[in-house]
Write a new protein. Sequence first.
Lengths: 250, 250
Amino acid sequence: MVSGKWLKLVKSLQIKKYRQLHQCFLVEGTKSVLELLDSHLVIEVLFGTDTFLRQHIRTRSDISFEYHPASDDELARMGSFQTNNSVLAVVQMPRQHPLRIEKGEYALALDGIQDPGNLGTILRIADWYGLKKIFCSEDTADLYNPKVISSSMGSFMRVSTWYGDLGVHFETMQNIPILGAFLEGENVHQYTFPDSGIIVTGNESKGIRTDLHAYISDRVHIPRYGGAESLNAGIATAIICDNLRRTKKV
Amino acid sequence: MVSGKWLKLVKSLQIKKYRQLHQCFLVEGTKSVLELLDSHLVIEVLFGTDTFLRQHIRTRSDISFEYHPASDDELARMGSFQTNNSVLAVVQMPRQHPLRIEKGEYALALDGIQDPGNLGTILRIADWYGLKKIFCSEDTADLYNPKVISSSMGSFMRVSTWYGDLGVHFETMQNIPILGAFLEGENVHQYTFPDSGIIVTGNESKGIRTDLHAYISDRVHIPRYGGAESLNAGIATAIICDNLRRTKKV
């Protein structure tokens, strides 16, 4: 049985201020936790069903963290999944490091992506297309929100993020092309991608904030062939990345 | 004040069996309803705030449906939006017609897309890329689910859908190329799209069901450059459509 102290602590990690207080976040579900065990991230404590612990923890010789058996009901009460969860890990937040763009490298910048599901999807897209760094404005959804972690399908372990003022950051990167989607931009099907760059994705309804427009050196647009007014932020990001990788491989 | 009879009827349309019983569905929000007023769809009844009715209904001479003022609170109780809704329309479901693929035309087929938000996003993608027809398996989310309608951002009015057995349907279309994403498929960046075709998108976790594999004449894959295991169904559909439109314009 999981003690009341643990139940309360783990449950609190669904809320950002407690994640910041404890500098920890939750990773839930067998698939993500198995990837986590082989990652560089540090697990504080793990709760799993007897079956999970027997199959995946007790058989390993490299486990140096605390773990406890938990019932399905306890896991459902502690975590954000409604049902069918067999494991939950409390993980230390890695310290934020400054991210630099190397020669030949591409990164994403997210300007106010609000929806945790969208952020998770964008992490997965970055990871699919081999982009390893994401700059996030301070008002972008929190990476450690359980919905972001779960919708990223493990990609949060392979992509580094940095949160801060994008304008200040772009100031320091004046020799790197900064790409943004604008209606009057160049057709992305014809655009020649520079050797390295940062692809900026704007807020779901407002797009890229005006303050940042001056930093966008390359305006592109995704050509439209029908009646929809817009594409969602994740879709637009994926299409720009796909067009990038046609010509600039990793 | 909206009568109890209306409140109950409208609220019931959030549930599929009542939508089928009444052959009606809900369209909510100013932007979608304004598009609806200029579409071919038939409105049964409309509920709006006084401001909405004054600005958008009473000024028009072509209104032939019943409409009633409703308070913010009544609109919140009747509809699926939590807050900030100023209008809600009850709309007749159009009759389902068989969809044919014309020469030079592309369509989508959805094989068990479960999530209403994904279906709405895919409608928007089809509409953006000028694909006007979507074939849906019977277990695909219901087009008339309020979440589908709202996440389609009006695209449900410009794209025709058909629900039925995809296998039976594909049987009747043997001269039309049927494309599906498979890991061992041809790289979509190099693939030459035929003149017309149907792009099949599989279920979010299981992909295209085995029974349908025999009908897929053209297997393509989206090249991956990083660590993510998969892309979500909407993203993959968008990328295939974008690659299609580079070479086959509408």
